[in-house]
Design a protein around this ligand. Structure first.
Ligand code: DO4
Ligand code: MG
Length: 282
């Protein structure tokens, strides 16, 4: 089932049936046994309002986030390690990426506050002081305050490769700025954990041409969710839960950079498609 945060309220969608939930987003997504709670609503919908089938086309879909922080894991796929080693070779820091790929402690970094995040169909920004920008398509976990995965969404971890490549200490500038991330279109809530066979794919369109596309399976990720969550929750509480982008397995070739007006489409099986247009900050 899918939970959408929209201009018309929270919509629970399942099998072409939609329900409007009059709840507080943060409280709802952080409640324990969320799947069971929502499943109860679907099987016994008397307590909630039925919404029209077209409500999701009529409403403006917002990013499925309230007041949570967004964190990100890095170098969790071989492709990310290799791309980072290439972009940083002149700075002499390529070894760091190889080391973190093999280390017990994963790379985890602070990615964004909710105010810096775009929803589907909104713009994501690239920095004016960067010449080499890419989107990173990442399965994103929603983890509740008790450390349990409650849902999944699609994340775009926008990155400035030249800034990070010049010096790894510039990582926060390469990664964190206005509209540096997109999340959506919904939170996918399932009884079972997401399948390792799940496909993650990306298409980048430029004036009606596809200039890049690629696909990767989730099972190519080197880390497992448990270890990422274990490190993330060490010495930190997340009272409203937290979003965790799990790293990218797709990086375009070195001669590729995003242009203004590019349309980035990221799809993950069972969740949907996150669509954003690339722009500069106004
Ligand atoms: O090491 C820097 C960031 C890595 C990252 O964002 C990724 O692998 O997805
Ligand atoms: Mg990333």
């Amino acid at each position: 089932m899918k939970l959408f945060k929209t201009s018309r309220g929270i919509i629970l969608s399942y099998n072409n049936r939609n329900y409007t939930l009059k709840e507080d987003w943060d409280k709802l997504i952080n409640r324990e046994h969320l799947f069971k709670y929502l499943n109860n609503i679907i099987t016994n919908p008397k307590s909630v309002e039925k919404a029209s089938i077209t409500i999701l086309e009529e409403a403006k879909i917002q990013a499925p986030i309230g007041s949570q922080e967004i964190w990100a894991a890095g170098v969790t796929y071989l492709r990310s390690r290799d791309a980072r080693m290439e972009e940083s070779k002149d700075s002499g820091s390529a070894d760091f990426y190889s080391k973190v790929y093999h280390a017990e402690r994963p790379e985890l970094f602070f990615k964004a506050t909710p105010g810096r995040v775009s929803a589907t169909n909104e713009e994501v920004f690239i920095r004016r002081d960067s010449k080499w920008n890419v989107p990173e398509p990442e399965l994103t976990l929603f983890i509740n305050s008790k450390g349990k995965i409650q849902g999944y969404t699609i994340g775009n971890d926008m990155s400035s490769r030249d800034i990070e490549g010049e010096n790894p200490l510039y990582l926060p500038q390469a990664k964190v700025y206005d509209r540096c991330a997109a999340l959506g279109p919904c939170l996918f809530i399932n009884e079972e954990p997401i399948s390792p066979e799940t496909m993650i794919s990306i298409t980048i369109e430029r004036i009606d041409n596809i200039v890049f596309n690629n696909t990767i399976q989730l099972n190519r990720m080197k880390r497992n969710f448990t270890e990422l969550i274990d490190y993330l929750f060490r010495e930190s509480d997340f009272n409203k839960g937290v979003f965790l982008m799990t790293g990218t397995g797709i990086v375009p070739p070195n001669d590729f950079t995003l242009h203004i007006g590019d349309i980035v489409k990221i799809s993950i099986e069972n969740i949907g498609t996150l669509i954003n247009t690339v722009a500069y900050k106004k």
